[in-house]
Design a protein around this ligand. Structure first.
Ligand code: B12
Length: 209
């Protein structure tokens, strides 16, 4: 089993879509731990990201690695989903404006929906106004922001400032995740919690309720 995970990690890093899909199917059929699958994808993508940074890989490889991960997550949906009965609390989620990364956010959406939350997924490249409109319209108690680019991290404080301006800041807990995020940055922009991964994020939200 752990060989399958290692082989899957290697197939993503080496951009081998067919191999990755076959291995993902094998892993899903064996009813493996969904957390381990998410960690494997994240680890592989981190290495792909480093290769991109070192100019060993270029944009096509980055795109392909993202596409492979998307199809693995689609294959893995049955094991990522659980039938947990959770609180019918609304969570508005989205990736900030200017940022098109959505794989990590989508993983969180899958986990939170299957834990019984009412998740309103605004997608990626979401403007401040759309976040505010959705939080107000859904009377959401939780706002989840995803941000992977340092170039777009200023959007985080813009969203939080807008919540204050609308007098709804104290009604909403703001949790922030993504590769560009650190605990310090969350404090700096005035968020409530940093989510290093989707599962820790979900645990934090459950603690708040
Ligand atoms: C795949 C990928 C892409 C794909 C995205 C596909 C998609 N649909 O998402 C594509 C090819 C589109 C892409 C484009 C670009 N990318 Co890119 N990309 C990546 C890569 C390799 C993986 C990201 C990923 O999906 N990781 C896996 C997921 C599972 O992890 P995650 O997002 O961190 O999510 C987990 C947690 O963070 C958390 N989480 C995340 N969000 C949230 C939200 C909430 C509410 C909660 C609770 C939790 C949570 O839970 C998740 C699961 O546990 C990263 C490398 C890296 N280290 O992250 C670079 C990376 C993010 N990209 C980078 C760059 C530079 C770009 C481009 C600018 C490249 C270019 N020259 O065009 C463009 C920008 C496009 C744009 N405007 O957004 C840089 C960013 C550098 C920086 N500091 O700003 C990185 C770090 C690569 C690098 N090392 O240089 N990219």
């Amino acid at each position: 089993m752990s060989e399958d995970f290692n082989a899957l990690e290697k197939a993503i890093i080496e951009i081998e879509p067919d191999k990755a899909e076959t291995l993902a199917k094998q892993i899903v059929d064996s009813n493996a731990d969904p957390k381990k699958l998410v960690t494997t994808i994240s680890k592989a993508l981190e290495i792909v990201g480093k290769k991109f940074q070192n100019e060993e890989y270029y944009l096509p490889e980055l795109v392909m690695a993202g596409e492979i991960s998307k199809s693995i997550l689609a294959i893995a949906e049955p094991i990522l989903k659980s039938e947990e009965q959770g609180p019918k609390v609304s969570i508005v989620v989205g990736t900030v404006q200017g940022d098109l990364h959505d794989l990590g956010k989508n993983i969180f959406v899958t986990f939170a929906s299957s834990a019984g939350f009412n998740v309103i997924d605004l997608g990626n490249d979401v403007s401040v106004d759309r976040f505010i409109e959705a939080v107000k319209g859904e009377k959401a108690r939780i706002l989840g922001l995803s941000c992977l680019l340092t170039a777009t991290d200023k959007e985080l404080s813009k969203v939080i400032e807008a919540l204050k301006k609308e007098n709804i800041r104290e009604k909403v807990m703001v949790i922030i995740g993504g590769a560009a995020i650190t605990e310090e940055l969350v404090k700096e922009v005035g968020g409530d919690a940093f989510a290093p991964d989707a599962i820790t994020g979900l645990e934090q939200i459950k603690e708040w309720l």
